[in-house]
Each structure stands twice: as structure tokens, then as C-alpha cells.
Design a binder for this molecule. Sequence first.
Ligand SMILES: [Zn+2]
Length: 572
Amino acid sequence: MSSTVEQIKSRLDITDVVQSYIKLQKAGANFKANCPFHNEKTPSFFVSPARQSWHCFGCSRGGDMFSFVMEIEGVDFLESLKILADRAGGGVEKIDKNRQNERLRLLQLMDEAVKFYETELRKNADVVAYLKKRGMKGETAKAFNIGFAPAGWNNLRDYLKDKGYSESEMEKAGMIIKSAKAQAGYYDRFRSRIMFPIASASGQTVGFSGRVFGEEGTDSGGKYINSPQTVLYNKSGILYGFDKAKNEIRQKDACVIVEGQMDAVMSHQAGAVNTVAVSGTALTFEHLKLIKRLTEKIIMAFDKDEAGERASSKGIDMALAEGFEVKIAVSPSGKDPADAVLDNPESWVKAVGEAKNVIEFYLELFDERKDIERKILPYIAVLQSEMEKAGWVKKISEKLKIKEDAVWDELKKVRLTPKPLGSLASKSHLEAKLPSGNPKQKQTRLDFMRNKLLGIALWQKDTKDPSLKPVIDEFIALKKEEIENCPTEKKNRLILEAELFFSEEASLANEFLKIKKEIEKEEIKAELENMTEKIKELEMANKSDESGDPKLKKYLDDFHKLTKKLNDIVFL
Ligand SMILES: [Zn+2]
């Protein structure tokens, strides 16, 4: 595996990879840009061609070309490997052979199924007429690869057999079902249904959702049936339309969430391209993780009736608890988004633009105290910010004309549902890969300076500067173990940081010694603080003792010595 990574790295340049997504400006030996992963006006995102790494000093993200592709495409490591392998060209496609080969075959099988259903759609004029009646344009249907599964039990099975796929592969991909009757064999899962291919974040079809059309579809499952969980399709981790929406989600810094595939497709057609669908399930923790890579703002679209019923939606709880800003868009004329777009595309886009904060929304919707307590307080209870909580408590007290204390008391009674395992606040898979990737971790001033020193030392380890060389060599010898244990990722970040901070510096040796002195000073200060505590304790214990405790005397002596040392350093 790692040799594949190395091969790709040797063939591609990180600058080219990054540049294919965002515009880079030259900055000395490096390149800079406004960070694509957080909002900013002055660039703090840097790419280092020398170390083939990137780092943002604003949001602390960073890494190599793979982590960049993972972040910007919203994909996992294997997908990023595939994307970059494609770029690197032939010869490196054999990734983790066995597993990848099976996966690849199943993905090809799904592509064949998409083709089959698309061809069938063109053959069925009544289905096309139905889609047109719903307002769907031909180009939209094409962009979303919408198709049709004809009536009958073996259409897809026979087609895929002709293409060389085995029944076991078709079953693994979730496209056929083994009959309960002993000799009947397999039959097509989707029959007489309009087919919506479900794609992974990188745009590969991994499953289908089929909407009933005509008679035969109704015999099994409801209006919609979906692919089962397969090696390709992780149900709770995929949002319909995400592959097509992701760039717009990042750019608009908001993700619109609708219920069904048709809603998502029509919302895209109307121009709200940052829309995804949950396809009938509740919003899951994995969905939120996917979205959080791109934005922390969610807009849930409901029609008016739904809004009331869905007031206690579990997904909203979870999103709020994870720090998302959640808004509610009510589709115009009270219809579902697909029909709202059919009526008037502009008014749908407008409704999305005018989405209201979820708590505000429900405060306006409900008047009864019991509704407010039961349906709104749980949302306030999970908020991370106490300030925000206080603001809502005030509003509720005003609306219900009761004291704020009474609202606080009720709020305290709200039982919080436990956080899901592996909360977003803990390290994600991606962050775990990037030692620098946890901006929430507090860095003390001392850590900060130690890292700076280490950065200069690593950057200048081969220096020929006669004033700098002995200082660096001594430092590296002293910190040998720490340097050996420092992950490459962190080293690269520290070097880049040093380079950006100090490349204009006239005397790096002076700067290095200055920081070293600063560190000593901070260390002594910390120790003095420590001793002050101990001295205080001893003084308290010896209050009545006139003769003086020898232990205390020693502490005081040490204390004075250290203070003198600190003064010496300061005035050196
Ligand atoms: Zn950033």
C-alpha cells in the first residue's frame, strides 16, 4: 500500500494538485491562498513544494496531497488514493489488489446497471412523460442519471449476465434477491420503478433508490425502496446528491437538506445546487460528519404540515449538539420542495435564502407553554454556548410572560440524549491522521515557543552559517530523542512555519537564542509559581513556630536564587 502512495507522490506535485482546486499565489519559496476550508479574507493557507505539504495557520488543517484531496473532495483515504492514482496515470491502479479488484468490479457492475436503466427510460414514453409533468428537464434527468427499471423479474439480471457478471456479484451489489422458493433462483430487486442512482462523495454509483411507477412496483416495499447495505453502500453515511452539491455547499457555506431524491433533483434544477437528500432516513451522525467537512450550517426544508410534526426530529438535536447552526426553510405554498419548484423555481430558491433559525422558527410556530417546553427546550438544552442559551431563555420568558428562572428550571429538567459514540468533537479519522489537525487543543505559550525553536532547528539543520551552526547542532544533539519521535507531518508544519516567520530575519542565530532565552524564562516562572504555592503551605503550617522551619528556609533560599537567575536572564 505505502509503495502505491510513494509512487503517486513521486509522479505528482502537490502544487499542481492544489492548484487544480484553488488559485495559488507565490510567497517566497512557497505558495499561499485563502483557505478553502475556513472563511477568511487574508491568506493563511500555505503550500510547500519543497516538503510537498500544506498547512493552514487559520484552521490548523494540514498534511500531504492525500489529506488535501480528502478534505476538499470530502472523501476517505481510499477514494483520495484512487483520485490521485487516476491523475498520476497508468501503472499505479493496482491498489490493495484483492479487495480493490472486487470493489472495482462491483462499481463497474453498478455503472452497467445505470446504463441499463437509462436506456430503459428512453424506451418508456409514459415514464418520460411523467417526469416531464413533474417539471424535470431532460438535462437534469441526464445529469442525475435517472433511469427506469422495467416490470418483470429478470431484466437486469439477464442484462448483467450478458455483460459477464455472476449472480453472486449482482447479489453482493444488492441488485438481485435470492428467492425463498428453493428452485426459483434470483430475481431483480427493482421492478417497475423510476431509478435514482445513489453516488458516493466522489461520484461513483454505489446504490439505487427506486420510486414506484405503475402496478408491479407496489407489491413489495412502499413508494420508495432503496438498495440494501452492501460493501459499496453504507446507508447511514451517504447523502443523495452530495457528490454534485459539495462544491456549492462549501462556497455557499450551507447545506440544504431535503427529504426525497425528487426534492433534491428539482432543487438543483431550480438553482439551489447545495441541496442533498436524506432519502427517507433521519439525519445520522455520519451524515453530519460528511457535511461538517464543508460547512457548519444546515438548512432543513419542510413543508408546513411536516414542520410541526417533525419538531422533535432527532437529527436536529444532534446537529445542534455538534455545534451546527440549523435553519428551517418552509417551502412556498406548503408543498414539498419538488412541487414547489414545479410551481415556481425562484420562490423555492428564495425560501431557502430566507430560512430561519430553528429555535426562532418553532418559537413563532408554537404558542402553548407545553409545546414550547416539550419541543423547543430540548434544542436549547443541547446548545454548546451558554450565551446563546441565555438569549433563548429570555425570549421564551418574554413570549410566555413567565420569569426567566422558571424557564431555566424547566431547561434543567430536559434529559439530554447521550452523545453518539465517537462524537465529532473527538478526533475524526482525518484528524487522527493529521497530528496538527486539532485546533481545539489548547497550546500553552511554552509549547508554542518550544515548537518554534524546534521548527528553526529542523529547517536549518544543514546550515553553513558559522554563527548559527554550533547553536543548531547543540540543540539537535540535546533533543535527539524528541526529534526522532516527532511525526513527519508535524515536522513539516513546524519547518514551514519557521520558514514563513523567519526567512526575512537578518540573524537567525540571534533569533534562535532569543527564543531559547524566552523559554528558559517561562520555565523558571513556572517553577517559581510552583514554589510559591509550597512556601505558602509551609508558612500556614508553621504559623506558630517562631524559630523557623529549616525546610521552609531552604525553599526560600531556592526561591531567591531562582528569582535572581530570572533577573539575570531578563537583563542579560
Ligand atoms: Zn484554514
